[in-house]
Design a protein. Structure first.
Length: 238
């Protein structure tokens, strides 16, 4: 590790959170760890950026290494299911799973016609989840992101269309990975945990046991806006 690097740790805790992966389907499932795309989006919001800003997305995504830790206690982090209607009904328009628009409009006889009917989507959330996310990078980048997180220009949501943090998000910035890991261990022990699930970036794909489509290239695209990120999941004793 270079002496010019720093590590910041964010605490993500709240009544509901949704860490969605790339793609738009009728069922919108949440992943069981915070995603890189969610962290990049959070930092962009803190900096006052716009989600359509491809340059800022690339700059932030390429500057970070991410490790997340699940500190949810037994009974927390349960899956919640919600139902939402996609499509605005009479006179409105939206898109279905395939991205094909459907509309409702008056015909020449004054009768309502619909090309494609509205659909009900299932959306899933984690309830009462608690995670710590360690983000590392060059010191100047981490310092900039850290100050923005502490004084955000836009609200910092826990994933897609979800709640704000219920606790302080800014846990600390550290000069070494060892110091950051010690702070994470102390937090886990304070919750009575002996082991925690860890998910970390890996450089060597052969060391990965999962790849996630959460490396953001351009937000807001139904397909093609994300690359894959190799990660390794394991259990860490604290």
């Amino acid at each position: 590790m270079s002496s010019s690097e720093k590590w910041m740790v964010l605490r993500l805790a709240g009544p509901m959170m949704s860490w969605r992966l790339a793609g738009r389907k009728g069922t919108k499932m949440t992943y069981d760890h915070p995603t890189l795309s969610a962290m990049v989006g959070m930092i962009m919001s803190a900096l006052g950026g716009e989600r359509q800003d491809i340059k800022m997305t690339a700059e932030i995504a390429s500057s970070l290494r991410m490790t997340s830790f699940n500190l949810s206690r037994p009974g927390d982090g349960a899956l919640l299911e919600d139902f939402q209607t996609v499509g605005r009904g009479m006179g409105g328009s939206a898109s279905d799973d395939s991205g094909v628009p459907f509309t409702a409009k008056l015909n020449d006889k004054g009768e309502w016609e619909r090309g494609r009917k509205k659909i009900i989507t299932r959306r899933y959330y984690l309830s009462d989840g608690r995670f710590l996310v360690m983000l590392s990078g060059f010191a100047d980048k981490i310092d900039r992101y850290w100050e923005a997180i502490r004084r955000p220009q836009h609200p910092l949501f826990l994933g897609t269309h979800c709640c704000l943090c219920s606790e302080r998000i800014d846990m600390g910035v550290y000069e070494s990975e060892e110091a950051a890991m010690e702070a994470i261990s102390i937090e886990a022990k304070s919750l009575g945990l002996k082991t925690i699930n860890r998910e970390a970036d890996v450089d060597d794909v052969s060391q990965a046991n999962n790849t996630l489509p959460d490396y953001p290239i351009q937000f807001g695209l139904a397909t093609g806006g994300y690359g894959r990120r190799p990660v390794r999941d394991d259990i860490l004793e604290v």
